[in-house]
Design a protein around this ligand. Sequence first.
Ligand SMILES: [Zn+2]
Length: 293
Amino acid sequence: MGTPVLTIDVEEWFHVCGHPVYSDPGNWPGFSKRLHVTLRRILEILDGSGSVATFFVLGWVARSSPSLVREIVAAGHEVGCHGDEHRRIWEMSLQDFRRDLARARGTLEDVTGQPIHSFRAPEWSMRTAGNPAFTILAEEGFRVDSSLMAVPPLGPVTNPKAPVMIQTPAGPILELPPLAGTFLGFPAMMGGGWTSRFTREARLVRLIEESCNKGEFPVLYAHPWEFDPEHPRMKLGVAAQVVHFAGTSRMPVRLANLVRKIRFGNVSEAARQLRLARRFDVLSKDALHGVAA
Ligand SMILES: [Zn+2]
């Protein structure tokens, strides 16, 4: 039996990738911060539930709101890294990716006093297991990634749907991919996002249970801005508008119901269980050539 894994990507409502205004860190000090409300709302829902989560935090958030990040740790949860300035990996050179990653990790370790070993790429921008950024992750001391989506256009359907060990020249990275499924017959994100929000709760619970029964570790994810009834209005394209707003009013009740029915663990617990049982495929160098897009 696998254990479901709960993850939260800790970013502000204005951390939108690829937007001419919102993706520019120079503009961020001018926006009103909401994490003091939205992140605490998630912590309250989890409080006393018996579930623990991994919170992938932006380095920028840890610098601007360090006490909030310490509240995550004080509540018994784990902190991972979501990059520093929420930049998509493919927008950066590998050197810039390393700089962004190392800055975030250093900030998060300073703020939490704990080593940071797990990573989630902003906007699922790792894309494939053949991405050379995995080698940089290993070189920078990371051991677990949860960024590969088997849902186009965020990643090819051939991406792993269950935990795999990715062998890089600098060492192995355990990949825990988010739960994927179908929505109206198409490959879709089921671990989070709008397709998950519009999936009936009973179906989602069934998918989680089926995945666990197969010995997998289904990964769910959410963002604090999905828990904000006072989310500031934004000028976004149609797709981003759907991602940010459609069905978000369901999220607080949805998460509260899920943690009542299911006990979630964090990324480190899942990694420990998987390594002990050696219950994952290993993607060798040859296999990586096959999966690299
Ligand atoms: Zn993000």
